[in-house]
Write a protein that binds this ligand. Structure first.
Ligand SMILES: *Cc1c(COP(=O)(O)O)cnc(C)c1O
Length: 393
C-alpha cells in the first residue's frame, strides 16, 4: 500500500472543512441548549439555528422561512415527493421525473406507484439530458409535480433547469429539483429558475453528514414528514441537530463565497484529466455531457476491462474513485444511469467515476494520468477480447 491518498470521490462525500468543524464545536459543549427552550442557553442555540437558515436561504436566493432543515438529502427528496403527492392527490396522481434520478427519488417514486400514483420516467439522450420539450409533452391535466435533478451524481450532466422551470410555471405544475450535487458547485437562484422545491445536503460541500434542507416556496402547503414537536414551524419534529445545522450554514456560506474560484479550479482538473486520458488510452468513452457537466466530474468507460478491477488497482495506489455502477453495493446490475444513456452492459461495467474537490492538486492529476493508463494496459492484457482487437490493429 502507498501512504499517499488521492481522494477523488467528492460526489460520494467530502471531508468537513476545519472552519466548519470549528464553528460547530461550541454547540456540542458550551452551547448545548435545546433550541426550543426558553432560557438563554436555549435561545443562543435558536439564534444560531436561525442564522444558519438565513445563510442557506441566501445561498439559493430564497427567504429564510422557505428553508426547512432535514436529516439528509435523501430525507429532503422523500419529503418533497411524498409530501406533494399527499397534498395534491385530490388534484391529480401523475408525477414526471427522469430515468437517471438518485435512488432517493427513484425509490420514492416506486413507493408512490404502489400508492396509486402514475410516474413518467423521462428517458434521457446519450449525454444524459432531458429536454424541456419532453417535459412539456409529458404534462397532463392530472400532473401534480415535476421532479428533475439539477445535476447527475454519476455522469455530472447538468439539466436545463431554468427552461423546465419556465414550462412548469406556465403550465401551473409544481417543480422540485434534487440539487444535492449542484449546491456548492453551481450558482443557484430558485426565483430566477422558477423552482418550487429544492433538496440539498451538507456533506457534498464540506459540511457534516446527516443534515440537509428542503426549500419549499412560500404558499405551498405540504404535510409534515415527521410528526411530533413544533420544530421547523411544525413541519419536521425532532430536537434540532444544532451543531450539524451550524455546520451546514458555515459550509454553504464558504461554498458560496468561493464558488467561482472553486468551479474554475475543478474545471481545470476535469479538463486536464479528460484530455490526458483520451490522449493516452484508446477505446474509451466519456459519459455525460462534454461541457454541460459538474466542474469536478469525470466519468469514463474503458472497453475490455471491469471497473471494479480498476478500482481495486487504484486503491492499491491510494486513489479513491468510484465505479459508477451499483456493483460495489452488492448488485451485479450496472448503474441505471449508464444504461439510460444507452451504454451496453459490458461497457457500463468498465466505468470509472472520478470527482475532484477542494484539496486536490495538479500533482494529483499528473499522478492519475501516469498510473491509470498503465493499469488499463495491464488489465486489458489479461482480457481475451482485448487480444482479439489488438491483433486486428
Ligand atoms: C448524495 C445525494 C443524495 C442523498 O443525500 P444524503 O444526504 O446522502 O442522503 C441525493 N441526491 C443526490 C443527487 C446525491 O448526490
Amino acid at each position: 500500500m502507498e501512504d499517499k491518498t488521492v481522494y477523488l470521490d467528492h460526489a460520494a462525500t467530502t471531508y468537513v472543512k476545519s472552519e466548519v468543524f470549528d464553528a460547530m464545536k461550541p454547540y456540542f459543549s458550551e452551547h448545548f441548549g435545546n433550541a426550543s427552550s426558553i432560557y438563554s442557553l436555549g435561545r443562543d442555540s435558536k439564534k444560531a439555528v436561525e442564522e444558519s437558515r438565513e445563510k442557506v436561504a441566501n445561498a439559493i436566493g430564497a427567504e429564510p422561512r422557505e428553508i426547512y432543515f432535514t436529516g439528509s438529502g435523501s430525507e429532503a427528496d422523500n419529503w418533497a415527493l411524498k409530501g406533494i403527492a399527499a397534498a395534491f392527490k385530490k388534484k391529480g396522481n401523475h408525477i414526471i421525473t427522469s430515468a437517471i434520478e438518485h435512488p432517493a427519488i427513484m425509490s420514492s417514486c416506486k413507493y408512490l406507484e404502489g400508492e396509486g400514483f402514475e410516474i413518467t420516467y423521462l428517458p434521457v439522450d446519450s449525454d444524459g439530458l432531458v429536454t424541456p420539450e419532453q417535459v412539456r409533452d409529458a404534462i397532463r391535466d392530472n400532473t401534480i409535480l415535476i421532479s428533475i435533478m439539477f445535476a447527475n451524481n454519476e455522469i455530472g450532466t447538468i439539466q436545463p433547469i431554468k427552461e423546465i422551470g419556465a414550462i412548469a410555471k406556465e403550465k401551473g405544475v409544481l417543480f422540485h429539483t434534487d440539487a444535492v450535487q449542484a449546491v456548492g458547485n453551481i450558482r443557484i437562484d430558485v426565483k430566477e429558475l422558477n423552482v418550487d422545491l429544492l433538496s440539498l445536503s451538507s456533506h457534498k460541500f464540506y459540511g457534516p453528514k446527516g443534515i440537509g434542507a428542503l426549500y419549499i416556496k412560500k404558499g405551498i402547503k405540504i404535510p409534515s414528514f415527521i410528526h411530533g414537536g413544533q420544530q421547523e414551524r411544525g413541519k419536521r419534529a425532532s430536537t434540532e441537530n444544532v451543531p450539524a445545522i451550524i455546520g451546514l450554514g458555515k459550509a454553504i456560506e464558504i461554498a458560496t463565497e468561493n464558488l467561482d474560484e472553486y468551479n474554475k479550479k475543478l474545471t481545470e482538473f476535469r479538463e486536464k484529466t479528460i484530455e490526458g486520458l483520451f490522449a493516452k488510452v484508446p477505446y474509451i468513452r466519456l459519459n455525460g455531457h462534454r461541457h454541460n457537466r459538474l466542474p469536478g466530474n469525470v466519468n469514463i468507460s474503458f472497453e475490455f476491462i471491469e471497473g471494479e478491477s480498476l478500482l481495486l488497482m487504484l486503491d492499491m495506489k491510494g486513489i479513491c474513485g468510484s465505479s459508477g455502477s451499483a456493483c460495489s453495493s452488492g448488485s451485479l446490475d450496472p448503474s441505471h444511469v449508464l444504461l439510460a444513456i444507452g451504454l451496453p452492459h459490458e461497457i457500463a461495467h468498465g466505468s470509472l467515476r472520478l470527482t475532484f474537490g477542494d484539496e486536490n492538486t495538479h500533482e494529483d492529476v499528473d499522478y492519475i494520468l501516469e498510473v491509470i493508463p498503465q493499469m488499463v494496459r495491464k488489465l486489458r492484457d489479461m482480457s481475451p477480447l482485448w487480444e482479439a482487437v489488438k491483433d486486428k490493429k
